[in-house]
Design a protein around this ligand. Structure first.
Ligand SMILES: NC(=O)c1ccc[n+]([C@@H]2O[C@H](COP(=O)([O-])OP(=O)(O)OC[C@H]3O[C@@H](n4cnc5c(N)ncnc54)[C@H](OP(=O)(O)O)[C@@H]3O)[C@@H](O)[C@H]2O)c1
Length: 325
């Protein structure tokens, strides 16, 4: 497994990490689908066990994935997996809770205790602000940051993380939060890393980076031939790309070209290209890959050294060409 120095955390971690959003199963909040269908507890547990065996030991979860179910699954594994080998990350910041705001100090304290209980551990290695939404006039920002630092001093969390889908927001708040790690949305189609200013901030501050949704939820693999819909409670129903035939055709053409170029280096050329393109221009980054079963873990474990900077650029340019070109 290729290793990365995870920025100023000082930790050497595999550049492929496990994301467990789908392990929470289907979920609806209000009218919004925010979970994943097709989840199976036994498969998810087997995936985590296989990940540990392959040295994929950075695991990412959140308090809201299945309302704690994904954390609970991880916490059930410590008789099979050595807790001390796992770099464990979780998050707070989507469920408003009973105190009026998701970053109200009482909410943060209660939620962290709940996460530690479900994860069956006395600390997490990385605790994230799940989104850069700190209330009107950022009224919760200062106290929330001070509390995270206090929790770090107490040893309940080892490092502070900051996440968001919007990289401009991440860049804006990074100066105040001073996170050790940022968790931004990035894949070869949706890529604001440089234009948002985040790249410059990361390099100046030696931050660790954990790219999320590197496959755009599986869409980019080129495995969909026709528009797809998913069962209720699956967030992919809200992603237009899954129903865009021209895009699906484009992604299958990209899959073929990538297979032609990298097929003699690995049995997983598409995965290697999509992930390698994100790692090639950021030496302190890993990718958070959603892995639902042992087969997907085995495919990720095949990847080895990934891409050079030039190859990464070639892949990004290939996918960005419009579907109608
Ligand atoms: N901070 C945030 O706000 C935030 C937001 C989103 C995600 N995340 C984190 O990032 C992680 C990854 O993102 P993501 O789950 O959105 O998606 P992703 O990694 O882009 O895609 C994962 C999906 O791709 C498919 N897949 C993976 N490996 C495959 C393989 N070898 N062959 C075929 N299909 C494969 C699986 O779905 P199917 O088998 O169903 O196709 C899998 O669930 C999350 O789990 C979470 O930890 C964080």
């Amino acid at each position: 497994m290729r290793m990365t120095r995870f920025g100023r955390t000082g930790r050497e971690l595999p550049s492929i990490s496990v994301g467990t959003w789908s392990h929470g199963g289907p979920k609806v909040v209000g009218k919004r689908e925010v979970g994943w269908s097709g989840h199976d507890d036994a498969q998810a547990l087997a995936a985590l066990g296989a990940a540990a065996e392959h040295g994929i030991v950075h695991w990412d979860t959140a308090d809201v994935y299945g309302d704690g179910h994904a954390e609970e699954l991880i916490g059930s594994l410590w008789d099979q997996v050595d807790r001390d080998r796992i770099f464990l990350a979780t998050k707070i910041g989507w469920d408003p809770g009973p105190h009026g705001h998701h970053y109200h100090p009482t909410q943060i304290r209660e939620r962290l205790e709940r996460s530690l209980r479900l994860l069956r551990t006395d600390h997490v290695d990385l605790y994230y602000f799940h989104q850069c939404e700190f209330g009107r006039d950022d009224q919760y920002l200062e106290d929330a940051v001070a509390l995270f630092r206090e929790l770090r001093d107490q040893g309940k969390i080892r490092h502070i993380g900051l996440s968001d889908w919007d990289l401009h927001k991440l860049t804006r708040y990074a100066g105040t939060v001073e996170p050790d790690v940022v968790q931004p949305y990035r894949n070869v189609l949706d890529d604001d890393y440089e234009p948002s200013g985040l790249k410059a901030w990361v390099e100046k501050n030696d931050a660790g980076v954990a790219w999320f949704s590197p496959l755009k939820h599986g869409l980019l693999l080129g495995k969909y031939e026709a528009p797809a819909t998913f069962e209720d409670g699956d967030m992919r129903n809200g992603i237009p790309g899954f129903r865009d035939q021209a895009l699906l055709d484009h992604l299958r053409r990209c899959r073929d070209q990538v297979t032609e170029r990298f097929g003699d280096r690995t049995s997983q050329p598409v995965l290697m290209a999509l992930l390698g393109a994100l790692l090639a221009d950021c030496p302190t980054a890993c990718v958070l890959l959603g892995l639902r079963n042992p087969e997907q873990v085995a495919a990720a474990a095949e990847l080895g050294n990934l891409l050079t900077a030039d190859e990464g650029r070639w892949v990004r340019e290939l996918y960005r060409r419009t579907a109608t070109e």
